[in-house]
Design a protein. Structure first.
Length: 298
């Protein structure tokens, strides 16, 4: 059995996923398999994967499902991963040629059941680190600690032990919605485990104009129940009062969008939610104006 699964959720990314595939073919270490979860694509993603599977350059597994969104594709991937480690590489991103080798070598030298996995760097195609690198000498951290206590910035790439990530609840699904922040599971894991830090690029990121990273106003508008769920979770989890306030303001906005009249009763921080009503209404109106001007409705 291979050590690592590289999994890729794919939704109408036939125009970009070849970069992902070619980067995996160039890996200096072949101790991995590629799991592609086709999340209801209507383009020729299926045909591309079939052709690459016949080439036999790397081990490929393919799963098709009706569109469930990124978090639904992650749920499916985790249920079908059998290797010790896993990493998600999006269908518009790709890996440096030695990334798999770096992951496996580092884990074999430093990994243990004490850690949930590894956290490494995202870079742009011209080699610039997304945000900033890790503090010198930092051996391990949680995702939340890195961003909230250490002043971390920018996307980072996590490699998780499969047994660990599958011991926590799946991402919840809400009818008619297709987005929940992936941080939900990462922050659950933070309660019990730390991640080993590797100051090495593990993924080359190319943000797309129609990707979730550049379309958060649309995501907020189209997925209010999912975001309400995540905000309630985060406002309890974080130790930062600034973050708690921000989460409550967003929670009010999402609740207005989903027409949830019980949002105060359902809030785990009722007093702070009440204080957040006016700014939450303002945020809701800003969100509504953004999607109206940008024609970002479904």
């Amino acid at each position: 059995m291979k050590t690592l699964t590289v999994f890729t959720p794919a939704y109408n990314r036939a125009n970009t996923i070849e970069k992902t595939y070619q980067s995996l073919c160039r890996q200096t270490c072949k101790d991995f398999e590629w799991l592609v979860v086709n999340d209801g694509s209507t383009d020729n993603t299926k045909d591309l994967i079939a052709g690459w599977t016949k080439e036999g350059k790397i081990n490929i597994r393919y799963i098709y499902q009706e569109n469930q969104g990124m978090h639904g594709a992650h749920n499916t991937a985790y249920k079908n991963i059998h290797t010790e480690l896993n990493i998600c590489i999006d269908s518009d991103d790709y890996m440096p040629d030695d990334a798999v080798e770096q992951i496996i070598t580092f884990w074999k030298q430093n990994g243990s059941r004490q850690y949930a996995g590894i956290i490494g760097l995202d870079i742009t195609k011209d080699g610039h680190i997304i945000g900033k690198d890790f503090p010198e000498g930092l051996k391990c951290t949680t995702v939340r600690n890195y961003y909230e206590k250490l002043g971390g910035r920018g996307d980072k790439k996590m490699v998780y032990r499969t047994d660990v990530i599958n011991s926590y609840p799946e991402y919840p699904m809400f009818e008619g919605e297709h987005y929940i922040g992936l941080s939900y599971k990462y922050h659950l894991i933070d309660e019990d485990y730390q991640l080993l830090v590797i100051n090495t690029p593990l993924v080359v990121v190319e943000y797309q104009d129609d990707g979730s990273s550049r379309g958060m106003w649309k995501q907020y508008w189209n997925n209010p129940k999912g975001f309400s769920f995540l905000r309630k979770f985060d406002m309890v989890q974080t130790t930062s009062w600034k973050r708690k306030l921000k989460d409550n303001i967003h929670y009010v906005s999402h609740s207005l969008r989903s027409r949830n009249k019980q949002f105060i009763r359902e809030s785990p921080m009722k007093f702070l939610t009440i204080l957040s009503i006016i700014p939450g209404i303002s945020l809701y109106l800003v969100n509504k104006n953004k999607v109206k001007k940008g024609k970002l409705y479904r």
